[in-house]
Ligand binder design. Structure first.
Ligand code: G3P
Length: 229
């Protein structure tokens, strides 16, 4: 399962890639607005420049008519794609967005269907040629639905129908939601900075490591490692 960084802050993105080989970066208009950069294409170019070769960048259109969404998607693909990263354009899974997805996919745009709050819009997006389907897991939970179950239902329906699309689970608040996606075989998740930093963090593990170091130093000397022997 791919794990992507759901953030547009250059420093955080650089730090995350430095720590672990994440599979890419996702943004949405709200995430981009939080950077304070009034030129979102400039911010996306800077993000793409930081990303390792072969990773995926997802960014969203703002237009509301299908024709304009397709124009915007092609422009974003032309400007941001074609280099070392794989460009995916996020289009909302609304009726107008679904129309745009079919048109954009035919024109060679890599489409990610976003703002998915149900199984049926996701299924229709897969049928329209979307490569990724992004259900908003935690936002669904907040609305009283079972976000993980909806994301897994999408995965199962799309796989049963033989479509190419993969679930790109989005909007997570904790590791358990993400683990459930992995157990179901979902293709990808995108995770915000806070839950991402905690995916592999465990206070008890940190304490266990500190005990090992203390015991070793008591026997072999302060600050010593195997390199000293
Ligand atoms: O792009 C979708 C995802 O980033 C939403 O996450 O945390 O705002 O619910 P969140």
């Amino acid at each position: 399962m791919k794990i992507l960084i759901d953030d547009a802050d250059l420093k955080k993105i650089e730090e995350f890639f430095d720590m672990y080989p994440y599979d890419g970066v996702t943004t949405n208009p709200t995430i981009l607005s939080k950077t304070g950069n009034p030129d979102p294409m400039d911010q996306l170019k800077k993000i793409a420049a930081l990303m390792p070769e072969g990773t995926d960048l997802h960014a969203q259109v703002l237009s509301t008519s299908a024709e304009d969404m397709v124009k915007e998607a092609k422009y974003m693909t032309d400007v941001l794609g074609g280099g070392k990263i794989n460009m995916f354009v996020k289009i909302p899974a609304t009726p107008e967005g679904l129309k745009a997805m079919a048109m954009a996919a035919k024109e060679g745009v890599n489409v990610t269907a976003t703002a998915i709050y149900g199984v049926m819009p996701a299924f229709m997006a897969a049928k329209a040629g979307a490569k990724y389907l992004a259900p908003y897991v935690n936002r669904l939970d907040v609305l009283g639905y079972d976000g993980v179950k909806i994301a897994i239902d999408i995965h199962n329906c799309v796989k049963a129908a033989g479509y190419e699309a993969e679930v790109l689970g989005a909007s997570f608040k904790n590791s358990q939601q993400i683990l459930e996606m992995a157990k179901a075989g979902c293709g990808a998740v995108t995770v915000g900075s806070e839950p991402l930093a905690k995916l592999a963090f465990n206070q008890v593990a940190e304490e266990a490591v500190n005990v090992f170091i203390n015991d070793f130093e008591n026997c072999c000397g302060k600050g010593k490692t195997m390199l000293d022997f």
